[in-house]
Design a protein around this ligand. Structure first.
Ligand code: GRF
Length: 222
């Protein structure tokens, strides 16, 4: 008997390096998923080209062609439903999603955010960490809820802030860890090991977690 692989859709607005990390992990046999759709709000997003190169169906929706944010989101989620996706990954999708539209996906939708949440929700996270004089910075993967960057955190990668780091250096150094963190979390989901216990607990193997998993040496640990 063959088991059906988890069907995954990815939304991205930009270059798509996190999408690429997912594709690489899948191709290496480390991520038992099937990518059914990559969607974007930007026709020139690098992520779309990466998807095409990997023969993954793509979808571009131009927000300007919709009367409201809500109308855009309703159409986006209609198409995501139609793709047959089980799980939705936001990998640099730079839009706030309507709370009603995303409701049916709560518990099946994750986002990668470049900060140690709950610190620095929103934009310019690297700059804000530097300005605050933080000695550590990081990235989080969390379940998406209606609260922007506010859903339960599943796992984090932490790095040291080095003396002399600027925003770009910090962002680039963190990105290599994002590329390990996101596939590792998606793998746990694909293996059926992760779940959201409403309203705000993450469970691993059925056990509610008291703190986010941590990425250490490329693996997620308690
Ligand atoms: C990443 O830093 C991710 O954490 C954030 O947006 C960026 C996307 O980068 N949400 P890329 O498009 O995956 O290269």
């Amino acid at each position: 008997m063959t088991t059906q692989r988890l069907r995954v859709a990815v939304l991205a607005s930009g270059r798509g390096s996190n999408l690429q990390a997912l594709i690489v992990a899948r191709d290496a046999g480390q991520l038992p998923v099937e990518f059914v759709l990559v969607g974007s709000d930007k026709a020139d997003a690098g992520a779309l080209q990466l998807a095409k190169d990997a023969c993954i169906p793509t979808l571009t929706l131009n927000p300007k062609e919709f009367a409201s944010r809500r109308d855009f989101d309703i159409e986006l989620f209609r198409q995501l439903d139609a793709s047959g996706a089980d799980v939705l990954v936001l990998a640099g999708f730079m839009r706030i999603i309507d709370g009603e539209a995303l409701k049916p996906w709560v518990g099946r939708m994750i986002n990668i955010h470049p900060s140690l949440l709950p610190k620095y929700r929103g934009l310019h996270t690297h700059r804000r960490a530097l300005e605050a004089g933080d000695v550590e910075h990081g990235a989080s993967v969390h379940y998406v809820t209606a609260e922007l960057d506010g859903g339960p955190v599943i796992a984090q990668a932490t790095i040291d802030v080095r003396p002399g780091d600027d925003e770009l250096q910090l962002a680039q150094r963190l990105l290599t860890f994002e590329h390990q963190l996101l596939p590792a979390v998606l793998r746990l989901i694909a293996e059926g090991r992760l779940s959201l216990l409403p309203p705000d607990r993450v469970a691993l193997d059925g056990q509610p977690q008291d703190a986010p998993l941590q990425l250490r040496n490329g693996r997620l640990v308690d």
